[in-house]
Design a protein around this ligand. Sequence first.
Ligand code: C2O
Ligand code: CU
Length: 480
Amino acid sequence: AVAAVQACGAPGREPVRPDSRMVRLAERARRPANARRVDIELRARPGEADLGGLSAPTWMFNGGLPGPEIRARRGDVLRARLRNDTPEATTIHWHGIALRNDMDGVPGVTQERVAPGGEFSYEFTLPDAGTHFFHPHVGTQLDRGLYAPLIVEERDEPGRYDDELVLVLDDWLDGLSAGPDARLAELRREGMSMSGGGHAHSGGVDPDGTKTGPLGTDTGDVSHPHYLVNGRVPAAPVVNRARPGQRLRLRLINAGADTAFRLAVGGHRMTVTHTDGFPVEPRRADSVLLGMGERYDVEVTLGEGVFPVVAVAEGKGGQAMALLRTGPGTAPVAPVRPRELAGRPLLARDLHASERVRLPVGKPDRTHTLRLGLDPSGTYRWTINGETFDERTPMPLRRDERVRLRFVNTTMMFHPMHLHGHTFQLVGGARPGPRKDTVLVLPKETLEVDFHADNPGQWLVHCHNVYHGESGMMTVLSYT
Ligand code: C2O
Ligand code: CU
């Protein structure tokens, strides 16, 4: 896993470094005059996670699952001092932030790995408001529980909602001491013959209709028996207390390594207001589908009682749950399935960017097609245009170009494709799609996104299924 990432700095591949003066100027341009500095210490270290009556030895930031939430305002400078007390080298990637390239946390590409016992100070301006998160970019460390929300508030947000709640979804491996590295080794050993042709993870939905049933068969694979909201299993869920009639903003983050979640709030319709931090034209929905790495902000006006927020592991069957309590009533217990989950979930393609965040109308200067595939020999190698990350050369582009990425999913699996350092816009019909940094590409589907190349450096594009990404489904875009 690590070898693939290191290979990027291998001989024969010249790392492209943006001019440091340009980086400084760009930083200054992002920073308002009255910017504050937000300081945080992050310690990555082994510990015992309490999942709700179930204790699990793993690695966390500052001993929490999720780790400590970082809150800042747009334009603030974040300074995060990482200390690595785990036995492996690590980094932090700031998922969704269009930051300076040298703070992006990709080992061998933007920085050296932080050795056990070592430290690294990240410092950068937060250019956009939104719901984001952070995690290491080394191997399968994300899947151990090294993740936490990064919430950037708008400087002058009109008070649309009364209160808010951050809900982080996760899938949790069984046999925790062996951990996700053992899982990856097992997948590589067994190849795609394992778990029903490799479809056991990440099922699919029928984009045009109701659920077709899991494309990924539930094979009874017990590697993912637990699904978590804010680190808790459904049997001992997080309970949020609120007043009836309150307008509650839910900031939903899928930090799972290998699970797309279909989420609904029992007894309520949601209004989707943002995805991946960027505002959209508000849209009502019964349920939303979140790929790994995707975020959605939704609002609900709460009724009176106790309401479950249920996130079903798409194509797998298990679920995560949290409770909203606004009055007396008995708490529903898992596996309660709100009827709001029954129809087709809202997908990113159903949304349109708010006018103020739309890309200007225009044609792309350059298109890169990325065919997402699987090694035909049946080994556990995930490819882009037939190659794994360590075989690829960076994809060229020029500064200030409008670039189109065409993702062609040739497989029967979900691939949540994530772009570092930029926010793209889904290419849709008559009206532009939402601004995002991660988009779930459904089985056998082609999806296009456009972005403006305005942040020079070396930037990863990869599948946010950690096991796919680590097994080759990654590439680099590079420009100065
Ligand atoms: Cu959250 Cu490169 O990823
Ligand atoms: Cu994938």
